[in-house]
Design a protein. Structure first.
Length: 342
């Protein structure tokens, strides 16, 4: 069983990984650290510590082992406890090493001691980031400015004696190379100028990139605003609405003793609430609708002899449809449209 690997995987995801009967490995977040003197940069990380007092099984490690090994929880817990027992037995004569995590050992007082390795950063937010050292710019400039002087070759200053035909001695003294003292200064000046040019290029290059980013952002915002202003939306087709403003001069309906409506001339448009074979039931429904505030009435009897009770009867088809929409979509009640023949 790869218990050490499972522990490392859990340390990436949890702040406390408890080993039953042994102790708990804890992680503590450490923010980014910068040493301005030495130039060392350390990314945010999680440092590991150990607490031997937390031994109660919380099921985290056993559940993870069961998931990775394809076992049930009981078998996984038994494997975990067996591994921990072997650790305790090994600690009596040598240390227990968990590669990538740390090492356990016993002190002279028989207390458990943990030494973390600290080579793995268990902070997922800083995955892939490493420590690095940046040499301060001042030191770089100083290093570039200090150029080792050019040491001229040793010249022979002794006189050379030559004889001519008359045996007359002739002495020659080699000339010293000119400009040997000023060459080092020239190289130093060139180095300083090169560093200054590089620094200026870096600064103005970053400034140019930032300006271009700002311009691109503003241009994108203007384009988005223009697209939103010019955007059109497909709302689909809208059903035509018939506006009938002609005055209704039809005779006023009269109600008979049995609550049936009779109107001289033309048929009615009724919104039917129900159809009943028994007239008593139809009359009961009619009374209920009137109590609810509807101008209910009996509609035209069906061909099968059923009594139709309507929410209302209208000479205007538009008015009938308005009531139908109100009943079906506002009151959410059952109703249907009926065009009466008389």
């Amino acid at each position: 069983m790869k218990l050490t690997q499972y522990i490392k995987e859990l340390l990436y995801q949890h702040d406390c990984v408890t080993l039953p009967g042994f102790g708990a490995l804890l992680t503590q977040t450490v923010p980014i650290r910068v040493n301005r003197v030495t130039g060392d940069f350390s990314p945010p990380s999680k440092e590991i510590s150990f607490n031997s007092l937390i031994k109660q099984n919380d099921g985290l490690v056993a559940n993870y082992i069961a998931l990775r090994e394809g076992l049930n929880y009981t078998d996984a817990l038994a494997l975990l406890e067996n591994e921990i027992r072997s650790w305790k037995k090994q600690l009596t004569h040598q240390m227990v090493v968990l590669p990538g995590v740390g090492e356990f050992s016993l002190t002279t007082e028989n207390n458990l001691r943990f030494l973390p390795f600290g080579k793995i950063n268990f902070d997922l937010n800083a995955f892939g980031l490493h420590r690095f050292k940046r040499i301060p710019l001042r030191e770089q400039m100083q290093a570039a400015a200090v150029v080792p002087p050019i040491v001229p070759k040793t010249t022979n200053t002794k006189s050379s004696t030559m004889s001519n035909e008359n045996k007359e001695p002739l002495a020659f003294t080699p000339e010293k190379p000119e400009g040997s003292s000023s060459s080092a200064m020239r190289y130093a000046v060139i180095g300083v100028l090169a560093v200054a040019i590089l620094g200026a290029s870096y600064y103005f290059g970053n400034q140019y990139i930032q300006d271009e980013r700002i311009k691109s952002t503003e241009l994108a915002q203007k384009r988005i605003t223009k697209n939103v202003q010019e955007a059109t939306f497909e709302l689909g087709s809208i059903a035509p609405i018939e506006l009938n403003v002609a005055a209704d001069i039809s005779p006023t309906p009269e109600t008979t003793n049995d609550n049936r409506i009779s109107v001289a001339g033309g048929g009615f448009y009724s919104i039917v609430a129900g159809s009943y074979r028994d007239e008593v039931n139809a009359q009961r429904r009619l009374t209920q609708l009137k109590a609810d505030g509807f101008e209910a009435a009996f509609a035209e009897t069906s061909a099968e002899g059923f009594y139709r009770v309507a929410y209302g009867r209208f000479k205007s088809k538009r008015a009938a449809y308005q009531l139908l929409n109100f009943v079906k979509y506002t009151l959410e009640e059952e109703a249907w449209f009926l065009a009466e023949s008389n």
